[in-house]
Design a protein around this ligand. Structure first.
Ligand code: F6R
Length: 242
């Protein structure tokens, strides 16, 4: 594992964007595994800036996202497809047809998940998987207790996740109750993994993830067994480790 300490959120974002850029420059046909949430927003901004300067070319890049709410359309501003379009894809020259997010509108979970696994296989697997870290150690929507051997699957969102997300919706009934997520197995098969972590709120869990026992109770702890893991964490997120 390579653990890189960043000063703050901006520094973490720049360092993460540098690592993603290096991947795209070294392999213009790279397959990037991407994440949503607040942690990667700064890195995506930085990538857009470098693209605008002419330093980056996404023309041949393929992307596969970690997860999507079941039941939300790409036009819904809470869908992860919408997030990716507005934070990154609309601002760079990536071919939208080479960007993949699980199909939230497919009601048949088995079909949606099998199709997504097939997409990941057909693009040749993931070169670099970007991950944020949940407060409880989740990655993607793989919550504590998730089986390490699973590929893409449908999860029931926990009541606490539904409560945490309701602020983004008009009423709590509008919050999706299920999501499609890559499984730990898909994530572990990525050739490189880049975990980015910011803020004091994640300090305790980051320590457990990197130095605690490898256990499904802390899903991200499995990353200790990945042979090309880079972690970029800011000082606040590293405060328990040191
Ligand atoms: C996002 C995802 C989640 C987030 C995690 C951290 O696609 O799969 O696992 O990475 O919940 O979220 P933030 O970055 O908002 O703290």
């Amino acid at each position: 594992m390579l653990l890189i300490e960043a000063k703050d959120y901006n520094d973490m974002s720049r360092k993460a964007a540098n690592i993603i850029s290096a991947q795209v420059i070294m392999k213009p046909h790279a397959v990037l595994g991407l994440a949503t949430g607040s942690t990667p927003v700064g890195a995506y901004k930085q990538l857009v800036e470098w693209y605008n300067k002419g330093d980056l070319d996404f023309a041949n890049v393929t992307s596969v996202n970690l997860d999507e709410y079941k039941g939300l359309s790409p036009e819904n501003d809470q869908s992860y497809r919408y997030f990716m379009n507005t934070n990154l894809f609309n601002h760079v020259n990536i071919n939208k047809e080479s960007t993949f997010v699980p199909n939230g509108l497919e009601p048949d979970s088995e079909k949606a998940c099998a199709a997504y696994n097939e997409i990941i296989r057909s693009v040749g697997g993931i070169d670099l998987q970007l991950l944020g870290l949940g407060n409880n150690g989740h990655i993607g929507f793989n919550e504590p207790g998730a089986a390490f051997e699973k590929e893409t699957h449908c999860v029931d969102l926990t009541e606490s996740t539904i409560q945490a997300n309701k602020r983004f919706f008009e009423k709590v009934e509008d919050v999706p109750t299920q999501a499609y997520t890559m499984g730990i197995k898909n994530i572990m098969q990525a050739r490189k993994v880049l975990l980015i972590v910011s803020g004091e709120g994640k300090a305790e869990i980051l320590d457990k993830v990197l130095y605690g026992p490898v256990t499904p109770q802390v899903p991200a702890s499995i990353l200790q067994l990945h042979n090309d893991l880079t972690v970029v964490a800011d000082e606040a997120a590293m405060s328990v480790i040191k």
